[in-house]
Ligand binder design. Structure first.
Ligand SMILES: Cc1ncc(COP(=O)(O)O)c(C=O)c1O
Length: 417
């Protein structure tokens, strides 16, 4: 494909140069329609049984995006009290929030208990802590099913090498702890990892969790976790995650379980990336192009503080080149490294990447930045974080978060006369 942003009319007729003239570069630009479409898709993963999709808001906590989740009948997962507060801010009822923390303090747990937010405990010690704080209460436990999967070892969140969940071998101790504090284990959840492009690992994980579920009596819900991928190599025509095939494969497995278990609990999933990744691009300015040791460096203002995924996970983001607001055709390609403006040699958005001839002054449009993009931004090198804008369904461009200012960088300091 020559251009993704043209093929979906990402900017809805707006000139990207006009957007950056108003909001500067780098800037996160979201497309409301694309986000709504993905949120709607995850609500239909299971239709035959009671089901809710929980958007895992760590992927993107922008309040305007949480508002879309609220409107599209998606529930949400929160990993911290901060994330619960973000959901409160946009009016999420507590019954639509699932708290899935790990290694939290009494105060953090109490925050959820006081609001009757269903909480999943990630270790036997945290389960006992919950029991001390809320004897007779109702909660869930996060199971580590012994197998994980994902696009990088840092996003594999189950299996023998990760910190998450309680291993199956400790299920008797879960029951002992629950009995000691008169806790009702209402649900179990898992999340094996992130970014599958084929349904198989997730389906296998569902089957495995359902096998484990049978050891628990009368569960109210079973949560299979997130991880559905999006095509980060779309310019090379990578196909989308096969949602329909996935949903069809899930059905007979659930049918069998429901018969054997005697009733259908509420099934849940926890997608983050799938809901938001494709709904955002970053516009970034090329400030310098140079050659060092026979390697061309395209130097931009999108540093690893703005998008850390390539440096942290070696992640691939497709990149389109814009000149005077128009996509430069993907002909006359040459191999370049694309770097940011941070003082780290790892500050590379891409290495050995084929781009059409790129010059100072061009805009780079970095695709698929809606998940784990802004939510992982930092102010490293004392660089204020960028603005976020949304192309609304009606084509208007709306600021949804101001860029930080240099004044903001001073906001928390004390003791300087
Ligand atoms: C517990 C939990 N649930 C859900 C998710 C969302 O994963 P993804 O964005 O891959 O769908 C994560 C991400 O790591 C997670 O840790």
């Amino acid at each position: 494909m020559n251009s993704y942003i043209e093929s979906v009319d990402f900017f809805k007729g707006n000139d990207p140069e006009d957007i950056v003239a108003t909001y500067g570069t780098p800037v996160y630009v979201y497309n409301e329609d694309i986000i709504r479409k993905h949120m709607q898709a995850v609500t239909k993963v299971i239709t035959r049984y009671p089901y809710t999709a929980n958007y895992s808001i760590k992927a993107n906590t922008n309040l305007s995006i949480l508002k879309i989740a609220l409107e599209e009948h998606v529930n949400c997962d929160a990993m911290s009290v901060g994330e619960i507060k973000m959901l409160e801010k946009v009016g999420f009822p507590y019954g639509r929030i699932f708290f899935v923390p790990n290694n939290v303090s009494n105060d953090e747990m109490q925050y959820a208990i006081d609001r009757n937010i269903m909480t999943s405990l990630d270790s036997l010690e945290q389960l006992a802590q919950y029991g001390e704080l809320n004897p007779g209460g109702k909660c869930a436990v996060r199971i580590n099913p012994g197998v994980g999967a994902g696009h990088h070892e840092k996003v594999v969140t189950a299996g023998k090498k990760t910190k998450f969940g309680i291993s199956e071998e400790f299920i008797p101790q879960i029951f002992e702890t629950a009995e000691k504090y008169n806790l009702r284990i209402a649900g179990i959840n898992q999340h094996i990892g992130s970014l599958f492009m084929k349904p198989d690992p997730y389906i296998a994980a569902v089957e495995n969790l359902l096998r484990i579920a049978k050891q628990f009596e009368d569960l109210e819900f079973i949560d299979f976790g997130g991880g559905y991928g999006i095509p980060y190599h779309k310019l090379d025509d990578e196909p989308e995650y096969p949602m329909e095939e996935f949903c069809a494969a899930l059905e007979p497995i659930l049918d069998k379980f429901v018969v054997e278990y005697g009733h259908a609990p509420l099934f849940k999933s926890e997608p983050g990336r799938y809901c938001v990744a494709e709904g955002s691009v970053i516009l970034s300015r090329v400030h310098a192009v140079k050659e060092n040791n026979e390697k061309i460096y395209v130097g931009t203002d999108c540093g690893m503080n703005v998008l850390v995924r390539p440096s942290m996970y070696d992640s691939w983001h497709d990149i389109e080149v814009l000149r005077d607001g128009k996509v430069v055709p993907r002909t006359d390609m040459r191999e370049v490294n694309i770097s940011g403006n941070i003082c780290e040699s790892g500050d590379l958005l891409a290495h050995d990447r084929l781009l059409p001839g790129t010059r100072k002054g061009d805009l780079l449009c970095i695709l698929d930045t809606g998940a784990y993009g802004y939510s992982m931004c930092s102010t490293y090198n004392s660089r204020p974080r960028p603005a976020e804008v949304m192309i609304k369904s009606d084509g208007s461009v709306k600021l949804i978060r101001h860029a930080e200012t240099y004044e903001d960088l001073f906001a928390l300091y004390e003791g300087i006369e």
